[in-house]
Design a protein around this ligand. Structure first.
Ligand code: SDX
Length: 392
């Protein structure tokens, strides 16, 4: 309403934009990208197809997908000088901080990607970041592990190339199995977009000032880092490992989560929109069981996770508050099985969310959305006379 300011903390009841990209129904647990159900895409498409769908609005033909991938491959080199920035980080740097910094650093090496004033500029900036981001993700991992950086292999598929850059050991033949490739591909699809969540709203808000795409993405990575958002996938595994170290005492952690004096929350539970179940968590739970089975891994953390979920789903405190496992609850179990270190989990979330962020940023610019500038309810001091320092 003009004139009257309505306070809506956390924007729980505020629509920030119109969008035709992703549809959520929190009551029915429905998630669709451009009208296609997440279940059908997770089963039938690969991540690059879904990225194309989110960004351009339609599932690509064979020719369109081939051209998109070819254009992306043509942009998959990262300037050698970016390594000097990477070298400046201590090994202990959190990979999300490395990823956000290197994404922002790319601006200096790709100045043309800042002002996207035509469809052609927009397309060029998109394939640039789709080509370079996986390299930055792999470099963040290699930095974290203290292993030499790998270069991409353009003969491979998009996701397999990412795995090769992340895991190829020096002087060793690179071997990856299809179970791992398919599992990561599915996980990335399930993370690809989620309408106006915290990090996507950040990407839109930063982009609404006409800051460039890479700058907006760098801001989105920082928003995703928080443990209440994408950082939850790392916090879930840390919580499950703590429970395991405590002899599997889930009751103690359930009590902590319900204790208002204790800031501890059951990580991987609850969602602002989903009030019955998170359709992604359902798919990831099944995928986790399949991947561990296919890879012959017996991870006690999965059993603890399932036990905790069962307990919470029958606990009045959680049921009354409609708290269910969300996308972050089981995803870390798969990342562990793929050999990805815990502090890299949120980087993997960012890798999956990249096409969603791009699609939302592109839509915001194409619809010429105004600069985001909310108002406030002022609760500070009224007008008062200045006091010189002698009188304070
Ligand atoms: C993601 O928005 C998106 O779409 C995000 C995401 C995406 O794809 O982009 O889906 C990805 O971020 C998933 C969420 C990952 N975060 C976590 O798992 C962290 C733990 N979850 C919570 O912090 C919380 O549930 C949120 C942040 C997810 C949602 O917070 P809300 O909607 O602001 O709800 P709230 O904090 O107001 O909680 C409502 C009540 C409160 O109790 P009361 O004050 O009413 O008594 O539920 C309680 C909360 O204390 N509560 C929890 C809880 N989550 C909410 N209590 C214990 N454990 C929890 N996890």
């Amino acid at each position: 309403e003009t004139g009257v300011i309505t306070l809506d903390r956390g924007f729980k009841n505020t629509g920030s934009c119109s969008s035709s990209i992703t549809f959520l129904d929190g009551e029915k647990g429905i998630l669709r990208y451009r009208g296609y159900s997440i279940e059908s895409l997770a089963e039938g498409a690969d991540f690059l197809e879904v990225a194309y769908l989110l960004i351009f609005g339609e599932l690509p033909s064979k020719e369109q997908l081939h051209k998109f991938h070819t254009d992306i491959k043509g942009e998959s080199h990262v300037d050698e000088d970016v390594k000097k920035i990477l070298d400046g980080f201590p090994k202990s740097a959190h990979p999300m901080g490395v990823l956000s910094s290197l994404t922002s650093a790319l601006i200096a090496f790709n100045p043309s990607s800042v002002n996207v004033n035509s469809e052609e500029d927009m397309y060029k900036a998109i394939v640039k970041i789709m080509g370079k981001f996986p390299v930055l993700v792999s470099w963040a991992l290699r930095k974290n592990q203290g292993t030499p950086l790998n270069y991409g292999d353009n003969s491979l598929g998009y996701v397999e190339n990412i795995l090769k850059m992340m895991f190829k050991k020096p002087n060793e033949e690179y071997v990856q199995n299809q179970v791992v490739i398919d599992a990561l591909d599915k996980l990335l699809i399930l993370h690809a977009d989620h309408e106006q969540n915290c990090s996507t709203s950040t990407v839109r808000l930063v982009g609404s000032s006409h800051a460039g795409l890479f700058a907006s993405l760098s801001a989105g990575i920082c928003a995703l880092w928080g443990p209440l958002h994408g950082g939850a996938n790392q916090a879930v595994i840390e919580m499950l490992e703590a429970i395991k170290a405590d002899g599997g005492d889930t009751k103690k952690y359930m009590a902590k989560a319900k204790d208002k004096e204790d800031p501890f929350r059951l990580m991987g539970f609850g969602h602002r929109v989903y009030k019955n179940f998170d359709p992604r968590a359902k798919i990831i739970k099944v995928a986790a069981e399949e991947v561990l089975n296919d890879l012959g891994i017996d991870d006690p953390i999965l059993d603890i996770a399932k036990g905790l979920a069962e307990e919470a789903l029958s606990d009045p405190y959680f049921v009354d508050r409609k708290l269910y496992p969300n996308v972050d609850f089981y995803s870390g179990i798969i990342y562990r099985a793929l050999g990805i270190p815990t502090e890299m989990f949120t980087v993997m979330f960012a890798l999956g969310r990249l096409p969603g962020w791009i699609a939302q940023w592109k839509e915001m610019r194409e619809l010429k959305e105004p600069i985001g500038r909310p108002r406030q309810i002022y609760t500070g001091e009224n007008d008062r006379p200045f006091k010189t320092i002698e009188n304070r």
